[in-house]
Design a protein around this ligand. Sequence first.
Ligand code: PLP
Length: 528
Amino acid sequence: MKMSTKARYGLYACIKLAEKFGDEFISILDIAKEINVSDGYLEQIIAKLKKDGIVLSQRGSLGGYKLAESPLNVSVGRILRSVEDNLEIVDCLSSDCKSQCTCVSRGLWQNLYKQINLYLDGITLQQLVNSSNGMSRIYLDHAATTPLDEDVLRAMLPYMTDIFGNSHSQHFFGREAMAGVDKARQQVANAINAKPSEIYFVGSGTEADNWALKGIALQRASLGKHIIVSSIEHHAVLNSAEWLKNSGFDVTFLPVDKYGMVTPEILEKAMRPDTILVSIMYANNEVGTIQPIEQLSEIVHKGKAVFHVDAVQAVGSIPVDVKKLNVDLLSLSAHKFYGPKGVGALYIRNGLNIQKFIVGGGQERSMRGGTTNTAGVVGLGYAIEKAVKNLEKNNSHIKTLRDAFVERVTKEIPYVRYNGHPTERLPGNASFSFEFIEGESILMLLDFAGVAVSSGSACSSGSLDPSHVLLAMGVPIEISHGTIRFSIGKHNTMSQIDYVVDKLKEVIGRLRMMSPLFVLKEGEDKNV
Ligand code: PLP
């Protein structure tokens, strides 16, 4: 690929301008010195960037150059194309090809050229600045979302470019897109031991949960009006249940034990002859507790109720087999297992009747209207197949890191509480409550140290209300406020874990020194 020295220096210059982005103009001499190039040569390069509106200039004693917009909005592709004209990869793309015959390789190069540009357009100047600063950023928030795997992206890309047809169109373009959707449906079905006819693609885990609860409740309202959900569900389920309550259904919010577990006894007591739907999550997003779904399913199915399981946190993290679990509906979401955001699926057991939730066209066998997100669905299929194939290998790595993390935190930091079940929990989850301090402050100081965690579930952070999950588990309000969820993923390493524990000790120590509650406690302990 043609990328000259000129393009490289153009990029270096932009990185320097990005590092100093603000009101000030930077002199050409300063930039040239920093990137070790002559100012005359640099001036020619910057003239191109200026012509394309990437940099602004100012004359005079305070003159120089600055970026025209935030480095967050400037892509690497744009800079390289500005300096280089075109990032031609082979001559036959740049020169006017005189050949009249169909040239197979030209199409191939054109496609490669498109993909290279797409890739470069996806990287911002800010990302380059961050990596050139060498700031180590550690992501321990995989329960909120996971990074998209590169091979998943590669599988999706053709469906955003060449295979752009509407999968419901009758012509070749449509059939080609539909073939990708069909393959993904089969991949999802294989991953959870279902049939492809039982898989419905939706826009998110939230939509799958809404559809399951509202669709079943409205379908079965003539059989009864009682619905059961656990009190530690995600808000997608809890708020759907509230909506049904406001629409005349009677909803029981099941209590859990101190580990966040719905025991069979608790469920059995709540079941009634008019119970039509029970919804219990497979694994909790805040504390990671895994529910005994097989046992609970037996109880649900003693009556006429239908069993929905929100498996958004479980799929890709633990084995999920809808036949073995004996569930009627199950929700999943691609972005929790290194797939794309904004696409999920609802498993609906064959033969189960449910009302539509999103009405429109005839997509998803007329059960969910809306033009299919082909690229997203293809990414979901690819990601779930990969996650299931590598489940054991990834889990053994993730669990080793999690156990080492938990061991060090509980040993080295006093007044800490490990939330959730000691064994029945997601391999990557470690939820801790640090007494006498606020989770939000811990999160902020860890963020400054380059460590990303969550102070509760990502969806509810932003509110300072104590977590409904911790409260349901009986964690005292004042302790629940100091809770941090660490969720480990397949790319984390042991040295990152060690770094995080070291930083965490520092942060907790600093915050406790400022906490009147902690100072009081220390005083009491000394007097004993
Ligand atoms: N259910 C659970 C248990 C979740 O953890 C989440 C997201 O965090 C959802 C549902 C919502 O999924 P989505 O983000 O795809 O809407």
